[in-house]
Design a protein around this ligand. Structure first.
Ligand SMILES: [Zn+2]
Length: 455
């Protein structure tokens, strides 16, 4: 048991002062307001429900800063894709684990308690299976175990190289599975996760995209989802929209909503290029929009249709996707700024009036938790203790009233205001540092030095 005493906390009903929160077995079991601290309490300044990072490809963190080069005569996506495939050809399971551990640690230090790892590297170089089919999933589990982050593992079905069942080629061979081999992989990953990870972990499924699967494969694979999350990339780039239209006769979101039982069990990653009708239909479906504003800006994808989506009650959460930069505060403000730049207006991502920071943060907390099938996103008895403490005395924050704190977090602060983080009660960030920080960084640096030497 541990008890946290916070000067203030953003509970589900609003701000509460002088709060004692008791956590047992990873959950909040008692919450007492307007009280005083006891000697053994962990003292924090301001306590928030922490967010789930609903979309990550952790290995891509190792490429950050290496792809911002313009190559003569090549398309804008080329430098990124080329390096990603070269990394893919050489990365070993040990290096994969080291990268994932660093990435998860950085997420926790930024204020995320959990991660949705959209995991598509399954095979050896050239496409040969590992002797242990879930070798790389186990590496992700080991990184999650070491860092203590809450894991929603999302093995990816990636069967084709492009729309219309194009064959896999080159670096894509490490991703490939048939539906049958994929179903075995998911079953094995679930057994292994249950044996080795805490009970807040789960294993969902992720058909990679409409272009990397087929309508028949998608139908079949949905039968093994059970009650676990279903994530899919959709409508990220205009070319994907025209390719799917040419192949299936409808735009990607339009096709998916008409041909799959999309509900709040689903998370549609990106959903960047949607018509007004698609936006409204997706909002009404209950699916969560998995928005990755920093990556979408970095890759030049475009802004999400946020205003119309929220006006129709759409749910959303945040993901760091390529992990080119892991920053919760920056992810939040990039989402809002993408809308302001397009609409030439201010204070946009909010369905009615009030604090934009509060709407952004609490919207992402609730939507992210739902996308991860995680009983979190709120400070309430019975919920998981996914909690983050921030320092409201920092220069960027100290002059703000309670009702301005989340505006300060979203627009004025950086992630150094995070002092503590709990993932399902696991107190992994203390005094602004992950408890295994030094060891994780040392292992990472060795792994990347070796990887770059092998490319
Ligand atoms: Zn992605």
């Amino acid at each position: 048991m541990q008890v946290i005493f916070a000067k203030r906390a953003r509970t589900f009903d609003g701000w509460t002062e002088n709060v004692r929160i008791t956590c047992v077995g990873g959950k909040i079991t008692n919450l007492e307001a307007a009280t005083t601290a006891q000697p053994s309490d962990i003292l924090v300044d301001t306590l928030l429900p922490s967010l789930s990072n609903l979309h990550s490809h952790s290995f891509q963190r190792a490429m950050a800063g290496m792809t911002e080069v313009r190559a003569a005569g090549k398309d804008s996506f080329w430098t990124w894709r080329d390096l990603m495939y070269r990394f893919m050809e050489h990365v070993t399971p040990e290096q994969y684990q080291a990268i994932a551990a660093l990435t998860f640690m950085e997420m926790q230090e930024a204020g995320y308690a959990a991660v949705g790892e959209f995991h598509y590297v399954h095979n050896q170089h050239g496409g040969q299976k590992y002797d242990n089919q879930i070798e790389l999933s186990e590496r992700v589990f080991a990184a999650a175990h070491h860092t203590g982050i809450g894991l929603t593992h999302l093995p990816v079905l990636y069967s084709y190289g492009g729309a219309g069942k194009a064959e896999l080629a080159g670096g894509q061979m490490r991703f490939g599975n048939t539906v049958d081999s994929f179903c075995t992989l998911v079953a094995n990953a679930r057994t292994r996760a249950a044996d080795t990870l805490p009970s807040d972990a789960c294993v969902g499924i992720a058909p990679h995209s409409l272009r990397a699967t087929s309508p028949e494969d998608l139908r079949q694979v949905l039968t093994i989802a059970d009650s676990n999350p279903i994530h899919i990339h959709i409508s990220e780039q205009p070319k994907e929209v025209t390719d799917i239209q040419a192949w299936l006769g409808a735009r990607p979101v339009e096709w998916l909503l008409q041909n799959a039982p999309v509900s709040d069990q689903w998370c549609l990653i990106h959903a960047t290029h949607m018509t007004s009708q698609e936006t409204q239909d997706m909002a009404r479906s209950g699916a969560i929009a998995g928005l990755c504003p920093i990556t979408e800006a970095n890759l030049g994808d475009g802004p999400f249709n946020g205003v119309e989506y929220l006006a129709h009650g759409g749910a959303f959460g945040l993901g760091s996707d390529s992990n080119v930069r892991i920053s919760l505060t920056e992810e939040l403000r990039t989402l809002e700024y993408s809308q302001r730049l397009r609409d030439l207006g201010r204070n946009v991502i909010i369905p009615s009036e009030g604090s934009v920071g509060d709407a952004l943060y609490m919207g992402a907390a609730v939507g992210g938790a739902r996308a991860m099938r995680r009983n979190s996103g709120r400070i309430e008895v019975g919920a998981l203790a996914d909690l983050v403490a921030i320092d409201s005395t920092a220069p960027a924050m100290f002059a703000l009233r309670d009702d301005q704190i989340l505006d300060g977090l979203c627009f004025a602060a950086d992630d150094t205001i995070v002092t503590d983080l709990w993932s399902a009660g696991r107190h992994q960030v203390k005094d602004r540092k992950h408890i295994h920080r030094d060891a994780i960084i040392a292992t990472y640096k060795t792994a990347i030095t070796d990887l770059l030497a092998s490319i």
